[in-house]
Ligand binder design. Structure first.
Ligand SMILES: Cc1ncc(COP(=O)(O)O)c(C=O)c1O
Length: 384
């Protein structure tokens, strides 16, 4: 037993928690936040901040830059300089602002599907068109299709790409060679890459992700990298993040647009939570990663041994489980809706991540083991 208790059930009903806005008797394992309390070190820091009682405007202090620099140097092996970082209220605000600044309406943005559904919103809401380069699924593992990527990017109307690194929902950690290849193809085709790295710190305990900007000098030159402590420390509701842009020309553009969109200033809890996460949160995160991996092991074994026709993919990143249910794609509704209707288990239906996700479901395993066990029982009942 570690120092932190991830088995504890927290009652989030009637707290306006998006995930728990569900029907009576349902079990929510969908939206990507955790049903664990965040690190007590973060809660204590926030309480002390609240105790001051004045909830006024907040600046971004030097300590904020230093916390990001230390974390990425220590755990991800990359040297970031303070002036390469820009404050942003969130990863999606960064993506939307960057698209608005660097692409003009009518241009196209490439994504590798299945991928985080909100990328579609950011692209479409800005008058841009989605170009999909579907990932290839081989023997239970996803790969990028570089030939297709090059072909699609050679369309001069494709001016941007959003990369999900590591990948939500398929859980891949992209390796250095894969990322360098993306950089090379993008540069050749004059495409800038926004790398969404919000899931970077939830990997298997013995693995780590590769920052896109670390893969090659080209990747560094053409990238806008969205990074944050929010997903991995379960503080997404505080809405805080950073953008790491090594190229000064691009950095100025991103900085200006975040400012224009009024996404460049922190709320009064944002800095406190970030500093506590990066400066004191590591032991909690290490234990969390072990717990999530054990949940994954349990769920994968359960599904693959007990539910005929379903295949849970093993993944190295995120707390999300990606399950192939294509054998059951015969219902009047999609398989995700079928599961919810029959058993009350609320998972994310694969088709929201693009056509390449049809017939799949995404299950959020960032919850106490007892919830995972109940979820698996309900999943099995859905197919009896
Ligand atoms: C890939 C990815 N990017 C971004 C976000 C949301 O980031 P933010 O809350 O900072 O806008 C999520 C949340 O699930 C995500 O999965």
């Amino acid at each position: 037993m570690g120092k932190y208790n991830f088995d504890e059930i927290i009652n989030r009903k009637n707290t306006w928690a998006s995930k728990w806005d569900i029907k009576e008797g349902e079990l929510p394992m969908w939206v990507a936040d955790m049903d664990f309390k965040t690190a007590p070190e973060i809660i204590d820091a926030l309480k002390s901040r609240l105790d001051i009682g004045a909830l006024g405007y907040t600046d971004v202090p030097d300590e904020w830059y230093q916390a990001y620099i230390n974390w990425w140097k220590t755990y991800h092996g990359i040297d970031i300089k303070a002036d390469e970082l820009v404050y942003s209220t969130g990863v999606i605000p960064t993506i939307s602002s960057t698209l608005r600044k660097l692409a003009t309406p009518g241009e196209k943005v490439l994504i590798q599907t299945p991928v985080y559904n909100i990328f579609y919103n950011s692209i479409l809401n800005n008058g841009l068109t989605v170009v999909e380069s579907p990932l290839l699924l081989k023997d239970g593992k996803y790969y990028m299709d570089f030939e297709d990527l090059d072909k699609k990017m050679s369309d001069p109307q494709v001016s941007m790409m959003i990369l999900c690194n590591p990948a939500n929902p398929v859980g891949r950690i992209w390796n250095k060679e894969e990322l360098a290849k993306v950089g090379e193809i993008a540069k050749k085709n004059h495409v800038y890459v926004i790398s969404d790295e919000v899931h970077c710190d939830i990997t298997d305990p013995d693995k780590s992700y590769v920052p896109f900007a670390l893969a090659s000098d080209t990747c560094k030159e053409i990238s806008i990298n969205a990074i944050a402590p929010t997903k991995c420390f379960n503080i997404a509701g505080i809405q805080t993040s950073a953008v790491y842009v090594p190229n000064p020309y691009l950095r100025h553009k991103v900085f200006r647009q975040l400012n224009t969109d009024e996404c460049g200033e922190p709320n009064f809890l944002a800095i406190t939570a970030t500093l506590a996460a990066f400066n004191q949160g590591r032991p909690w995160l290490e234990e969390l990663k072990e717990y999530v991996r054990a949940n994954k092991d349990y769920a994968i074994k359960y599904i693959n041994e007990n539910i005929k026709g379903l295949h849970a993919l093993d993944t190295q990143a995120t707390y999300l489980l990606w399950v192939d249910c294509r054998e059951f794609d015969k219902y009047d509704t999609t398989v995700g809706s079928h599961i919810r209707k029959v058993s009350g288990l609320f998972v994310s239906p694969g088709e929201i991540y693009g056509d390449a996700g049809k017939g799949f479901i995404r299950i959020n395993l960032a919850c106490p083991r007892s919830m995972v066990e109940e979820g698996m029982d309900r999943l099995k009942k859905s197919f009896l």
